[in-house]
Design a binder for this molecule. Structure first.
Ligand code: BTN
Length: 267
């Protein structure tokens, strides 16, 4: 892959990257159905994949988004990958810690380049202002009271310049920076950064991660417009609870929503 002079590459040169296991084993494909699906298929084979294995594709024929959506990405232009984590130290009802750790791991290297405009839109969309730069799809495999494995699928818009009209608010690095970025270098930055947050989670720093997540959450503590099935209302995000539900204060009420129940309305 090309590593033309760009900011991500220079950070790589500065040796900030020091990942120990995430991204040490990267499998790259030109076109597959979905990196998440291929990870599942490879996991079903007899040789176990090492934790931190990454599958990256230039293009997906059936890229999956949240809530059964299709993930759109022009071939060869964007970062599409899945990483395997084995968070056996987490109980399924604590899995929001992983969502927060991964989201922070993705935004931190992006903030170095793009500044504080990069944020997390609950629960784990990657936003630049009010525009969607990327998304995360986490698929956990449970075994009793533990998470046996977790496939972390990440799609980030890097060099795509034109998006289909049906996407409400996409944006890419290229559109922000007005120059191309080296996709593989972005991948390496994000792998190292996710590893940092994942290890924090592993040593029990979930309260710190949760606070940092809220500090980087789009609209936290602000009056925003939301939509539920039957109403549009103004409210303030005041919390994300242990289960990852979004807490909104609406006049004198406080309500917790799951992903299917509430939508953000952008200006
Ligand atoms: C979202 O809807 O915001 C989540 C999008 C996640 C897309 C990525 S692209 C790489 C990985 N493979 C998939 O099929 N989906 C995820």
């Amino acid at each position: 892959m090309k590593t033309d002079s760009n900011t991500f590459y220079s950070i790589l040169q500065d040796n900030i990257i020091s990942g120990a296991f995430v991204g040490q084993n990267i499998l790259t494909f030109r076109e597959i159905t979905s990196t998440n699906n291929l990870m599942k298929e490879l996991m079903a084979k007899s040789t176990p994949l090492p934790e931190g294995t990454v599958i990256m594709a230039e293009s997906q024929t059936a890229g999956k988004g949240q809530q059964q959506n299709v993930w759109h990405s022009e071939a060869g232009k964007n970062l599409l990958f899945s990483m395997l984590l084995l968070p056996r130290f987490l109980q399924p009802n604590n899995s929001f810690g992983l969502v927060a750790a991964v989201s922070l791991g993705v935004i931190k290297p992006l903030q170095k380049i793009l500044g504080k405009n990069v944020c997390i839109k609950w629960p784990n969309d990657i936003y630049y202002g009010q525009k969607k730069l990327g998304g995360v799809l986490i698929e956990n495999v449970l075994a009793g009271q533990t998470i046996k494995s977790s496939i972390i699928g990440i799609g980030l818009n890097i060099n795509q310049e034109v998006f289909p009209d049906y996407l409400p608010n996409p944006i890419s690095l290229q559109q922000i920076l007005q120059k191309k970025s080296a996709i593989k270098e972005v991948l390496l930055q994000i792998c190292a950064s996710i590893e940092v947050y994942y290890l924090k989670l592993k040593v029990g720093e979930s309260a710190e991660i949760k606070q940092e997540y809220l500090d980087n959450l789009y609209g936290f503590g602000q009056q925003l417009a939301f939509q539920t099935n039957d109403t549009i209302f103004t409210g303030e995000i005041f919390a994300v609870n242990h289960f990852g539900l979004l807490g909104i204060k609406k006049q004198n009420e406080t309500i917790f929503f799951d992903l299917k129940q509430v939508k953000f309305i952008f200006n």
